[in-house]
Design a protein around this ligand. Structure first.
Ligand code: SF4
Length: 255
């Protein structure tokens, strides 16, 4: 495998998933500097999109994995995938070359931009990060480097949901700094009505401690009335409860 393509890894939602990293940078390149980032402090803080990996290089790497059995190709990697200005074209190339459905993990920071949402809409599954119910917690948890406010990001997700024909999952990371926000975040989730809510806590080494299974279960209870809600601990259970798509993507730096 190359630095652009990794895996496949197993997931019950995505089956065997090939990871695509259109940033492929040393350390993280991101528009956030989340307190729980397993890559540590954002090494390359970026608020504007640019090309990191050329489509020519991607095409070369895709040729090498054409025969690798997989159910999904997932854009994730060493930072925020929408920072790659060629993301839309890369999604189209992956679809046409691998003939696989495509998922994208995003931190939602560029959801206020229509052009970015149009590119994301080319994916079959979009997993969008939302870790806060308001501006203050947004800054406390995600420490955004981009210029968009929490309300603008939320409005971007709202608009994307209204126009998107694929599957939208909300990924919510809970740590000590936002654990008391669960009722308000559940209210926001109910209003957005995604296809799935993924309740997470950082289980891989990082600067903050994960919440316990009991605390996460109590947080999950706040999310009644939503169609499908999964927690990372449920996904961690062996065989009888298969891995969720969140879990698949945790094998690459958490978005
Ligand atoms: S957790 Fe994800 S979104 Fe947050 S700083 Fe790290 S790479 Fe960026």
């Amino acid at each position: 495998m190359s630095s652009i393509i990794y895996g496949p890894v197993s997931s019950w939602r995505l089956g065997r998933s090939l990871g695509i990293d259109m940033l492929s940078t040393e350390g993280s390149t991101c528009s956030f500097n989340c307190i729980y980032c397993q890559l540590g402090k954002t090494v390359r803080p970026l608020v504007e999109r640019r090309e990191f990996v050329t489509l020519v290089d991607l095409a070369e790497e895709l040729e090498k994995v054409k025969d690798v059995p997989a159910d999904y190709a997932t854009f994730s990697g060493t930072g925020e995938p929408t920072l790659a200005s060629n993301l839309g074209k890369a999604i189209e190339m992956v679809k046409s070359t691998l003939k696989l459905p495509v998922a994208v993990l995003t931190n939602s920071s560029f959801m206020p931009r229509k052009a970015v949402c149009q590119e994301l809409a080319l994916a079959d599954v979009v997993i969008a990060k939302l870790d806060a119910p308001d501006e203050q917690r947004f800054h406390a948890v995600n420490r955004p480097l981009c210029r968009y406010t929490f309300d603008e990001v939320l409005q971007g997700i709202r608009r994307f949901k209204a126009e998107y024909n694929g599957k939208l999952a909300l990924q919510m990371m809970f740590v000590e700094a936002n654990r008391d926000c669960a009722p308000e975040m559940a209210r926001i989730a109910r209003e957005l009505s995604p296809d799935e809510v993924q309740i997470n806590t950082p289980l891989r080494p990082c600067a903050v401690k994960p919440l316990s299974p009991e605390v996460l279960a109590a947080i999950r209870d706040e999310f009644g009335g939503l169609g499908r809600v999964v927690t990372v601990y449920e996904a961690e259970k062996p065989s009888a409860t298969p891995l969720s798509m969140v879990e698949t993507l945790k094998r690459r730096p958490e978005l």
